[in-house]
Design a protein around this ligand. Structure first.
Ligand SMILES: Cc1ncc(COP(=O)(O)O)c(C=O)c1O
Length: 386
């Protein structure tokens, strides 16, 4: 692995996002197999990673796309998804954006409020008819949460939509982001189905989103098998043929991504090793900024274990730590450090904060590698300025 990483950094520069196709495909297959319910369709939530090459891998495996925003739709269409393979469940679209969704002929629209339904009705023309559903707000399960409509509001939606000839046929439930406790999902199923049954034209259930990934060493992760078996069993219990949508983001794509960086400086404060890397928190969502924890490894052969290494970014921003108190060996300038499991909310959350151009992205497939997004240069900081 060490020599592969050396080759990649030599060829594409550092820091570098790399994605392993075999790992991604194994995850897609494991998740797909875990839900035996026959009317299931998976949609990859591209909020987590919008690289077209990865979206195409999901498409090739029979998944559709889940869009949080119109930008997700643009990426999905460009990656070759047909409009009817796209499920949108976002919030707060302007009239123009709602009209755009209709013009794109997106297959399924899950709205967040009756107010958004009014917007939809105002711009709707019968030339394209999406499957229409609502995001549920069930405070008894998810607590205080801004998203969705109450079970009572859901019942008002049908008659409002009927005025323009639309039918409300779906419910969408999002349990909460990054949840590894499987029972948090399985315990919600009965209540969600109960709300669905109150909908006269109920045809589909979209169960999110939100499935966790075990970032920490030894952590027990969300069980797809347990969840898939329980949800399938409960849906098979009644005769109504409900279509099931599952839209994983993080759980599908986190593991396949790694950020490679090089050590550019080493200093000591007493027994603590302070390592400077050629990346920063603007390249990656990390503990000090976004609350995430990632496994970090250093690739060198000194074999010495040290307690207390702080990995710092290449800025003076006070929270620019990629890792604190890491157990890492003595490092030298030029050593490679890997930040693992960053396929989700990694590049997608990278920004121009701190005014460094963003890294390149590379896909490793069948023993070869190819550039799937070019490294930015300083021009990107200037090109929209007037
Ligand atoms: C409606 C919806 N579905 C899916 C996702 C992807 O979620 P996750 O990465 O938690 O699976 C999100 C994330 O914001 C979301 O809002």
């Amino acid at each position: 692995m060490n020599s592969l990483y050396e080759t990649l950094l030599h060829e594409y520069g550092s820091p570098l996002y790399i994605y392993d196709q075999a790992t991604l495909e194994a995850t897609i297959q494991r998740i797909t197999r875990a839900v035996p319910y026959p009317r299931t369709q998976f949609h990859f939530a591209s909020v987590t990673n919008g690289n077209l090459a990865l979206l195409q891998i999901f498409r090739q495996h029979g998944w559709g796309l889940h869009a949080n925003t119109p930008g997700d739709v643009v990426l999905g269409l460009q990656a070759g998804f047909a409009p009817e393979q796209i499920v949108y469940s976002g919030s707060n679209l302007s009239r123009e954006e709602m009209r755009q969704m209709l013009d794109w002929r997106i297959g399924t629209l899950n709205l967040d409020s009756l107010s958004q339904l009014e917007t939809l009705c105002a711009v709707y023309q019968s030339d394209s008819t999406p499957r229409l559903g609502f995001r549920l707000n069930l405070p008894e399960i998810t607590g205080d949460n801004r998203i969705g409509v109450s079970a009572d509001e859901l019942l008002k939606a049908g008659p409002l939509a009927a005025r323009v000839g639309l039918k409300v046929s779906g419910i969408h439930f999002y349990r909460g982001t990054g949840t590894n406790v499987t029972t948090a999902f399985t315990d919600s199923i009965a209540r969600v189905i109960e709300v669905g049954q109150s909908l006269p034209d109920w045809e589909y259930l979209d169960f999110g989103g939100g499935f966790g990934y075990p970032y920490r060493e030894g952590q027990v992760g969300f069980s797809w098998e347990e969840f898939g078996a329980e949800l399938s069993q409960q849906l098979l219990q009644f005769d109504r043929p409900i279509n099931l949508i599952i839209e994983p983001g993080r759980a599908a794509v986190a593991q396949c991504g790694t950020l490679l960086a090089r050590v550019v400086s080493v200093k000591w404060q007493g027994a603590k090793q302070i390592v400077g890397l050629d990346t920063s928190v603007a390249n990656i969502a990390v503990l000090s900024v976004h609350g995430g924890t990632r496994r970090i490894r250093a690739l060198n052969d000194t074999g010495t274990e040290l307690s207390g290494t702080d990995l710092c970014g290449n800025t003076t921003y006070s929270r620019d730590y990629l890792g604190r108190n890491c157990q890492l060996p003595k490092l030298n300038i030029g050593d490679i450090v890997t930040i693992q499991d960053v396929g989700a909310y990694g590049y997608a959350m990278a920004s121009h904060f701190l005014h460094r151009p963003r890294p390149a992205e590379v896909l490793i497939e069948n023993g070869t590698h190819r550039l799937i997004r070019r490294r930015e240069n300083y021009q990107v900081l200037l090109e929209q300025q007037i």
